[in-house]
Design a protein. Sequence first.
Length: 484
Amino acid sequence: MFILFKGSWKAFFVQLGVLSTLAGAFTLTFGSLWVGAQLTLNPQAVSWLQPHLPKLDLKLAAESYVPLTLDQIRRSLETEELIAGEAIALIAPDASIDAANPPAVLLPVLQRQPNCTADPCEAIVGLRLYQPDAPADRLESVVYHLQRELNIEGPAESLVITPLIEGNPNLAPSNRPLPLTSLQPISGPTPRSGLWFTLVGEHIFGDATVRYGQILHFNPGRLYLGMSEPWSSPTGKLPEWQPFTGGGDPELVIDRTVGLEPHYEIYRIASRHFLLDPTHLEPLSLVDPALELGSYREALLLARSGLWSAAYDRLEPLAQARKQSGQSWPEAAQAQLDLIALHARFIKAQADTSWASPGQATIVALLDGRWSAALQQLEAVNTWPEDIFPAIAGNPVRLWRRVEASLRFLPNDRSAQVWAAIVMAARYDRDRAQQWVTENSSTINPTERAMIDRLLKQLEPPSANPLIEADPVDGSASISTDQE
C-alpha cells in the first residue's frame, strides 16, 4: 500500500511538471504573439520595450501604422528635408479608382543633391509602398499606412557606360553612383504578372546622352515591391514590352545599340521559388546552345562575335530543315534565332543603305562581315578615306572578333585576311601587322599579300596605339573563349 502511494505521488509530480512546462510555453507563445500584435497595431502600447529595441525598428513601426492621408505624408517628409514625388496608383491599366475601393500607392521619395548644377537636382532616394487603411468619401481623405520601404541608390557610372567603352580599357569610368530622377511604368503590352516600373536617370558621356535605370516589380498578391534588373541605353530609349517571341507574356527589350553596332538585351518573364514574388526576369542568352549540334554552336559563336547576318544565314535553314523533317526545334532555339534575326535585320538595313560617305559605307560593310564589299568600296576611292582608319582604331577589338570568327568558320571569304592585317595595324602599328602577315603567309595568296602591302603603305608611319594592350590572337580576343 505504501509503495503504491509513493508511486502515485511520483506520477503526480511528473504530470505537474509536464503541465507546468506546457503552461509556461503557452504563456510565452501567447505573450510573444500579443507583443507582436501590439507592435503591429499599436506600438505605443508597448513603449516599455523601447530601451530594448533598435530605434529604427520602432520608428518604422510608428510610421507604418499611423494612418495618414497623402497630403499628411508629404508634409511629414518635408520635415525631414525630403520631397514626395508623384504617387502612382497600383492598379491594372484598365481599372478605375474610387474612394470606396482605394488601391495601394507607390510614392517616390526624393532629396535635393548637394552642389548640384544640373537639372533636375532632386534624386530618388527611396520608394514607399502605402496600403489604404479604410475607404473614404473622397480620395483626398483616404488614409494609408506604410507597407514597405526601399532605399534607392543609382547604378555605378562604370555599369551605365559599359556599352560605350567596351574594348577601350584606357577609358575607365568611376564607380560613383549616378542619380535616379524619375519613376514610370514600362510601356508596351501589359504582362499578366503584376505591375512593372522603371527608375530612370540620364548621364552625359562625351557626345552621348545615356539613359539608365532599375526595373521594379510589384506583386499585388503579396503586396510586395522588389528590385529587378539594372539597365542602360546609349540610344536613350526606355525599356519596353514587346511580343518578341509571339507567345504568352511579352518580353522586355532594352536597346543598348552604340552607333551602327546593334545590341539588344531581351528578358523573359519566368517563375522562381520565392514566396513573396515568384516572378522574375530571365535574360535570353546566346551562350548556352539550345541544341547540341556543331553547326548550331558555330552559329552562336558567329553571333557573339558580331557576325549576325552570317549566324542567321546558318540558323534559319537549319530551323526550316528540322521542322520539315519532323525533328524537334525547341522553343529556346527559336528564341535564340529570333534574337539573332533582330540584330541581323538592323545591321543588314544599315549595310544596304546608300551612304554619302565612302568611309561610312565601308565601316558598315565591315560590321556586317562583308569583307569583299568593303574592299571594293575602299578600292573605288583609291586611297584611305579619312574616317575609316580612325573608326577601326577607336575600337579594334570588336572588329577583330569578327575577322577572327570569319577566318575560322567562313574560310571561303579570303578578303577577311586583308582586313585582319589592317585591324592589326589599327590596334598596334604597321610593323606588327607585317609580322602577322609573315606568320600567316602560308594561308595568304600572292594577290591578297600585294593588296595588304599596298594598303598598309598608305597608312601613316608606324605608331603605337595606346588604347588596346591585349594580344589579338590570345584567348581574350578569341571567339573560342568569348563568353559575352
